[in-house]
Design a protein around this ligand. Structure first.
Ligand code: ADP
Ligand code: ZN
Length: 193
């Protein structure tokens, strides 16, 4: 079970402590965005300033919101490159990044920089693509994460926990942004069948 780490980041002597990096991974429909929104909302309620980024290409619903499949949402900044992150963070102490699989590996540098400054960084993204292969840079981020949460959807064929995103349409382009019509969550048996 995931427990939120303590915050703010000072030890008993008032010495500043480093921030940390939380990563949420899983297949499509596993609730990654929901979980990201849940954690960020709690931080907000506690009076912590938050800032959320997502890749500009992901405009499925709204240019400036992070929206889960059940239509929960938070306002976010759509950026083209992870290099833009550092310049945009000011007083915010809790930083969210959604659909992190669509950023280049440079996102790791941004995450390190932010956590070094004592911030809490949360990211969510697909660990595997529709072929079942690792989705860079997420495997590297999984190694870097201080806290890692791997979520499951429910296999639409058999009801088992699903950790694969199965593409129903024949398109071979890795970055196709899909919705329910293009993908379904499947367990490993149903995926490799
Ligand atoms: P993710 O960010 O992982 O793609 P979201 O947080 O956007 O997931 O959406 C999760 C929601 O998707 C669930 O709460 C549920 O309402 C819906 N959903 C659709 N298909 C499934 C499925 N096969 N298993 C579980 N939830 C599903
Ligand atoms: Zn199955």
């Amino acid at each position: 079970m995931y427990n939120e780490p303590h915050f703010p980041l000072k030890n008993v002597d008032g010495v500043s402590l480093p921030g940390w990096f939380e990563l949420i991974v899983g297949p499509m429909f596993s609730g990654k965005t929901e979980e990201l929104i849940r954690r960020l909302k709690r931080a907000k309620i506690a009076g912590q300033e938050t800032l959320i980024f997502k890749p500009k290409m992901d405009d499925r619903y709204h240019e400036s919101h992070v929206v889960s499949h059940d239509e929960n949402f938070l306002v976010s900044k759509a950026i083209e490159k992870p290099e833009e992150i550092i310049g945009m963070v000011k007083e915010e102490t809790v930083i969210g990044i959604d659909e992190v699989q669509f950023f280049s590996r440079e996102v790791l540098e941004a995450i390190r920089e932010l956590t070094k400054g004592g911030r809490r960084v949360l990211a969510a993204g697909l660990d595997k693509d529709y072929l079942g292969d690792p989705f860079p840079p997420v495997p590297d981020l999984m190694a870097e994460a201080d806290y890692l949460t791997k979520l499951h959807a429910i296999c639409v064929r058999c009801g088992a926990p699903a950790s694969f995103s199965y593409r129903k349409s024949p398109v071979k382009e890795k970055l196709l942004l899909g919705e329910k019509d293009d993908y379904e969550a499947r367990c490993r048996n149903c995926f490799f069948e």
